[in-house]
Design a protein around this ligand. Structure first.
Ligand code: GLP
Length: 242
C-alpha cells in the first residue's frame, strides 16, 4: 500500500484530487468509482476547481459505491443527491454517464441492474471513505463478506455514525445496497480518503498484518495498487510511522 500522510484535511483533499486529476488527464474517458460521506467532500471541491481551470470530465463515466434503501434520488440524504450536490453539478460530467444505484422501488431489480452495470464496467480508480468500524461502501464487518452488489442491513454503529446527517436517528435508513468487496477489489486502483474518527479502522489497516472480515478495510492490503491518505494527527494517534 502507498500511504500518504498530510498535515491537515485540506492537504488530504488536495493529494486525493491530484491523483484523480492525473488519471483523468491520462485517460479522458476513464471510469471513476466514487464514494459519499464527508471524507471526500474536500477532494470533490478541489476537482470542481480543477474543472473550472480546464480539467475535462465530458468523457468520464462514474459509478458509485452504494445507496440507502428507501431514499428517493430527490431526498437530500440520498447518495444520488449527495453526488449531484457535491460534485456532478460542479463539473462538466454528463449526468447520463453517472450511475448511482436506485434505493427505491423493486430492490431485487435494482440490484440486478447494479450488478449488470458493474459486470460491464472497468473501474480505473475507486474512491473510498471508511466507516469507524472499517466498513467500505456499506460492506459491514462480519464473518462473511460478499463479492457482488447486494443488500446490507446497517450495523447499529453505522446508524449512529450516520445519524448526524439526519434530523433524528430514527430517520436513518436501516438497509442499503452496496458494491460487494469483489467489485471494490477489482478496481484497477483504490484511493482511500481518511478523515474523522477512524482510529480503530486505521489501526487494523496500518498497524496489523491481519486480513479480517470483521474490519473490511483490511482487505486493502490485498490490492496491488491501493493508496491511503490520512492526516498526521491520526497517524500520531495510532502510532503509525511511515
Ligand atoms: C457511509 C458510506 C461510506 C463512507 C462512510 C464514512 O457509511 N456508506 O462509503 O465511507 O459513511 O463516512 P465519513 O466520510 O462521513 O466518515
Amino acid at each position: 500500500m502507498n500511504i500518504i500522510i498530510c498535515k491537515d484535511y485540506a492537504a488530504v483533499s488536495a493529494a486525493g484530487a491530484d491523483i484523480i486529476e492525473a488519471i483523468v488527464r491520462a485517460k479522458p474517458d476513464c471510469t471513476l468509482g466514487l464514494a459519499t460521506g464527508s471524507s471526500p467532500v474536500g477532494m470533490y471541491q478541489e476537482l470542481a476547481r480543477c474543472c473550472a481551470a480546464g480539467l475535462d470530465f465530458s468523457r468520464v463515466h462514474s459509478v458509485n459505491l452504494d445507496e440507502y434503501v428507501g431514499l428517493a434520488p430527490t431526498h437530500d440524504q440520498s447518495y444520488r443527491y449527495f453526488m449531484d450536490d457535491n460534485l456532478f453539478n460542479h463539473i462538466n460530467i454528463k449526468k447520463e454517464n453517472t450511475y448511482v444505484a436506485k434505493g427505491t422501488g423493486d430492490i431485487d431489480a435494482n440490484l440486478a441492474e447494479f450488478n449488470a452495470v458493474l459486470d460491464r464496467t472497468d473501474i480505473d480508480v475507486q474512491v473510498l471513505g471508511v466507516g469507524p468500524d472499517g466498513h467500505l461502501g456499506f460492506n459491514e464487518p462480519g464473518a462473511t463478506l460478499y463479492d457482488g452488489a447486494h443488500k446490507e442491513t446497517l450495523d447499529e454503529s453505522t446508524i449512529d455514525a450516520n445519524a448526524r446527517f439526519f434530523a433524528s436517528r430514527d430517520e436513518v435508513p436501516r438497509f442499503a445496497v452496496t458494491m460487494g468487496m469483489g467489485n471494490i477489489m477489482r478496481a484497477k486502483k483504490l484511493l482511500m480518503i481518511v478523515s474523522g474518527n477512524k482510529a480503530d479502522a486505521m489501526r487494523a489497516l496500518l498497524c496489523s498484518d491481519k486480513i479480517d472480515p470483521r474490519c473490511p478495510c483490511t482487505f486493502l492490503r490485498l490490492h496491488r495498487d491501493a493508496t491511503v491518505i490520512l492526516e498526521q494527527s491520526l497517524a500520531d494517534e495510532i502510532g503509525y510511522k511511515a
